[in-house]
Write a protein that binds this ligand. Structure first.
Ligand SMILES: *Cc1c(COP(=O)(O)O)cnc(C)c1O
Length: 404
C-alpha cells in the first residue's frame, strides 16, 4: 500500500504539466525582475513575458490581451467580477443579481454577502434534474433592475454544461452583464467570449495543468464595456483592477498552460471522453447495470467528468473502501466544510444517493490502465458493501482490500 493512489480528482486540481514547470523556472532564477520596472533589462524581460502570457490566455478564449486581468485564481476572479460590478453599478439604480443554485461557493458566497450586507436582491435560479440551467429559467428571473447574471459554464461536480451562449445573448439583449465561472470549462471545451456574448469570465490555471495560485478575469472592453471597481487597491497594476506585484513565474505558467490547452485541448478532450466512457461502461457491466444512477446531463457534460451514485450503499463506507483511488465523493466534499453535496440535492438526489456518489475527474495524464483499475476497485467495493448490507457474509473489509 505504498503506491500512490490513482489520481482521478482532476476537478479538484490537476498535475502541473512538466512543460509548464519548465517554462516557469527561468523566471524564478534568471529573469526575476519586477514586470513594472521600466528602467532596466530585468524589468523588460519580465514585462515581455507577462505580455506574452496575456496574449496566450486571451487567445484561448477569443479575447484581446487588454481584457485579461491576472488574479490569484477563480475565487478571486469571481469576487472581483461580482463585487466589483455591484460596487460600480450601485449608483445607477440597479438592485438585482441572478445566479444558479449549483454555482461554486466562490460565486454563491460573494453574492450572498452582497444580498446580506449591501441590500442587493438575489434570485437563485433552480436547475433541471440534469444540473442544467435553462435559458427560460434565467429569463424568468430577470427584472428591469437586474444588473448582472452569473451562470457557470460547466459544473464542477457533475460536469453539466450550460447554454451560456444563449444566456449571454439574452443578457446582451436586455442590457445586463453576463459573468460565467469557466474554471472547469476552459481547456476542456471551446469557449469564445465573442460568440458566447460573455462580458466577464473567470478561469484558473490549476484546473488545466497550470500552477496553483494564478488565474484571470476576462473583462469585456470591446463593443460594450464591463465596468468594475477594484477590490485590491495599491500600485494600480492590471489597469487599476488588481494591484500587487505580478507573480511573473506563475503568469508565465498560466500562459504556457493556456497555449497547451489551445493546441492540445481538442485531442485531450477526445481521449478523455473515450476513457470516461470506458470507465462508465466497465463499471456498469461489472455491476450488471444494477443500481447505478448517472448524475449530470447524459450528453451535455464535460468530456472528463463521470459522476455516479450507487443504490444500497453507504457513502462513508464507499469512500473508506476506495483508498487506492483518489476521487471525490458526495459523502465528504472537497470544500473545507464536509456536508452532503448541495449540487446533488438541488438536482433532486435523496440523502443516500447524494452521499453514495463518486466524482471521477480525468485529466491529460489519465491512462487506460488507471481507468480499468478504478473500475475494478469501485465495483468490487460496491458489490462487497451491498452484500454485507443485505446480510450476506461479507469478508473483513481490510482483508478484502489487501486482496485487490
Ligand atoms: C476550482 C473552482 C473554483 C476555484 O478556483 P481557485 O482558483 O481554486 O480559486 C471556482 N469555480 C469553479 C467552478 C471551480 O471548479
Amino acid at each position: 500500500m505504498t503506491a500512490l493512489p490513482i489520481y482521478l480528482d482532476n476537478h479538484a486540481t490537476t498535475r502541473t504539466d512538466p512543460r509548464v514547470v519548465e517554462s516557469m523556472l527561468p523566471y524564478f532564477t534568471e529573469h526575476y525582475g519586477n514586470a513594472s520596472s521600466v528602467s532596466h533589462r530585468f524589468g523588460w524581460e519580465a514585462g515581455d513575458a507577462v505580455d506574452r502570457a496575456r496574449e496566450q490566455v486571451a487567445c484561448l478564449i477569443g479575447a484581446e490581451p487588454s481584457e485579461i486581468v491576472f488574479t490569484s485564481g477563480a475565487t478571486e476572479a469571481n469576487n472581483l467580477a461580482l463585487k466589483g460590478t455591484a460596487l460600480a453599478s450601485r449608483a445607477k439604480g440597479g438592485n438585482h443579481l441572478v445566479c444558479s443554485s449549483v454555482e461554486h461557493r466562490a460565486v454563491l458566497d460573494p453574492l450572498r454577502r452582497l444580498a446580506r450586507e449591501s441590500g442587493w436582491q438575489l434570485t437563485v435560479v433552480p436547475c433541471e434534474p440534469s444540473g442544467r440551467i435553462s435559458v427560460e429559467a434565467v429569463e424568468n428571473a430577470l427584472t428591469d433592475r437586474t444588473v448582472l447574471v452569473s451562470i457557470m459554464a460547466a459544473n464542477n461536480e457533475v460536469g453539466t454544461l450550460n447554454p451560456i451562449g444563449a444566456i449571454g445573448r439574452l443578457c446582451r439583449d436586455r442590457g445586463i452583464l453576463f459573468h460565467t465561472d469557466a474554471a472547469q470549462a476552459v481547456g476542456k471545451i471551446p469557449i469564445d467570449v465573442q460568440g458566447d456574448a460573455i462580458d466577464l469570465l473567470s478561469l484558473t490555471a490549476h484546473k488545466f495543468h497550470g500552477p496553483k495560485g494564478i488565474g484571470a478575469l476576462y473583462v469585456r472592453r470591446q463593443d460594450r464595456r464591463a465596468r468594475l471597481v477594484s477590490l485590491v487597491d495599491g500600485g494600480g497594476h492590471e489597469r487599476g483592477l488588481r494591484s500587487g506585484t505580478l507573480p511573473v513565474p506563475l503568469i508565465v505558467g498560466l500562459g504556457r498552460a493556456a497555449e497547451l490547452a489551445r493546441v492540445e485541448g481538442p485531442t485531450d478532450a477526445d481521449r478523455m471522453r473515450t476513457l470516461r466512457d470506458r470507465l462508465d461502461r466497465t463499471i456498469r457491466s461489472l455491476l450488471d447495470d444494477q443500481g447505478i444512477v448517472l448524475n449530470g446531463h447524459p450528453i451535455d457534460r464535460l468530456p472528463n467528468n463521470l459522476n455516479l451514485s450507487f443504490e444500497a450503499v453507504q457513502g462513508e463506507a464507499l469512500l473508506m473502501g476506495l483508498r487506492s483511488i483518489a476521487v471525490s465523493s458526495g459523502a465528504a466534499c472537497s470544500s473545507a466544510e464536509p456536508e452532503p453535496s448541495y449540487v446533488l440535492r438541488a438536482m433532486g438526489r435523496d440523502e443516500q444517493l447524494g452521499r453514495a456518489s463518486l466524482r471521477f475527474g480525468l485529466g491529460r495524464f489519465t491512462t487506460r490502465e488507471d481507468v480499468d483499475q478504478a473500475a475494478k476497485v469501485v465495483t468490487e467495493t460496491v458489490a462487497r458493501l451491498r452484500q454485507s448490507a443485505s446480510g450476506g457474509s461479507a469478508p473483513d473489509p481490510d482483508l478484502a482490500w489487501n486482496d485487490l
